[in-house]
Design a protein around this ligand. Structure first.
Ligand code: FUB
Length: 346
């Protein structure tokens, strides 16, 4: 549900209609990237705070400073908060805005991938390492060479190759890299540099990672989403085109690229035959939640599939104070995901 309608929401009634409740309530958390490590569910969320920054279309009000890792023994158990796993003051290259992270594992080492603005106000993606999935994590001295924009998501394929997906438009700055280098402009205008509505939509990016997971092994490629007619989705197709919050999972041998449509508030997905795509648009995963942003991950645990997402119902609709939730996800016999409605009808 977009921001402009929250004045009319009865939040007590909404809580009763919600299909799930916040996994933790002692802090605000968002952008959950869930993984199964050591037979438990580990969740790598943003840690939302109110730093007092004014709301704008660049997302300046998302002024997060650190990450906490959450874990669950089972989907029914209480969620554990493992405390501060990484703080911006311990990331040599980063200045502010620790946005949506992800994590991966290789040979017993855990890797936290995270975006933050560097000292020049440009979003980059960094890596930090830990021997434990719960952290704390130690950041590399520099961001990933050639990285830009936000919302890293790392997918480990069955052949042990790892792929980094990333990107987000408006405040996520993806549109400023269309020429291959950062297109400046001050004050920053979130809508400048975007394709016209009748042009192909701006794509998320994907690159295979190096064997030590600390660098990209190749130049990022476009994650192309096409319609049933095989043509790229257009920038004006705002109900379906990519905005931010990339995720990749594999189901029955197919690659499912999922993402947020941002200003239209949907979680959508597209299906392909390999990690690079192209991907054919396949539908909606979730209808809008309370709060402007929508962000998710999809994970299989004990033979069921789960969607991790967030909404702003605990904070009574405050956009940048969100809470991580989870719900079971179902596929039909053709492999299409059944759309989830986050609140039951009255
Ligand atoms: O949490 C800050 C930003 O909001 C994330 O990076 C986006 O995906 C959106 O959820």
């Amino acid at each position: 549900m977009p921001e402009d309608s929250i004045d009319h929401i009865d939040f007590d009634a909404l809580k009763k209609r919600a299909i799930s409740q916040p996994l933790v309530t002692h802090i605000y958390t968002a952008d959950p990237s869930a993984h199964v490590f050591q037979d438990k569910i580990f969740i790598y969320p943003s840690h939302d705070i109110d730093a007092g920054d004014a709301f704008d279309d660049l997302g300046s009000h998302f002024a997060m400073e650190d990450y906490h890792v959450l874990s669950m023994e089972t989907t029914a158990s209480k969620t554990t908060d493992h405390g501060v796993a990484l703080h911006v003051k311990d990331v040599p290259w980063a200045q502010k805005q620790m946005w949506a992270p992800d994590a991966s594992e290789k040979d017993g080492t855990y890797y936290l991938f995270f975006p933050a603005k560097d000292k020049d106000g440009i979003f980059r993606i960094g890596v930090a390492r830990s021997p434990s999935p719960a952290g704390p994590f130690t950041a590399e001295a520099e961001a990933i060479a050639g990285s830009y924009s936000i919302d890293p998501a790392v997918f480990k394929d069955d052949d042990e190759n790892y792929y980094l997906y990333f990107g987000g438009i408006w405040g996520g700055q993806l549109q400023r890299w269309r020429s291959g280098s950062f297109n400046g402009g001050s004050p920053e205008n979130p809508l400048a540099h975007l394709p016209a509505f009748n042009e192909p939509a701006l794509c998320a990016k994907v690159a295979k990672l190096s064997s030590n997971l600390l660098q990209m092994a190749e130049a990022p490629r476009d994650v192309l989403i096409v319609g049933e007619d095989g043509k790229p989705l257009l920038q004006g197709d705002t109900d379906r085109r990519f905005f931010e919050a990339a995720w990749m999972h594999k189901y029955q041998g197919k690659y499912y690229f999922s993402y947020s449509t941002g200003d239209t508030h949907y979680l959508c997905y597209a299906i392909g035959d390999n990690p690079y795509g192209p991907f054919t648009y396949a539908g909606r995963i979730m209808e809008p939640v309370v709060g402007w942003t929508t962000h998710h991950s999809i994970v299989s645990f004990q033979r069921k599939w789960y969607l991790f997402y967030h909404d702003s119902s605990l904070s009574k609709g405050i956009t940048h104070l969100r809470s991580v939730k989870m719900a079971e996800l179902h596929y039909d016999e053709q492999g299409y995901i059944s759309t989830i409605h986050p609140y039951n009808k009255v």
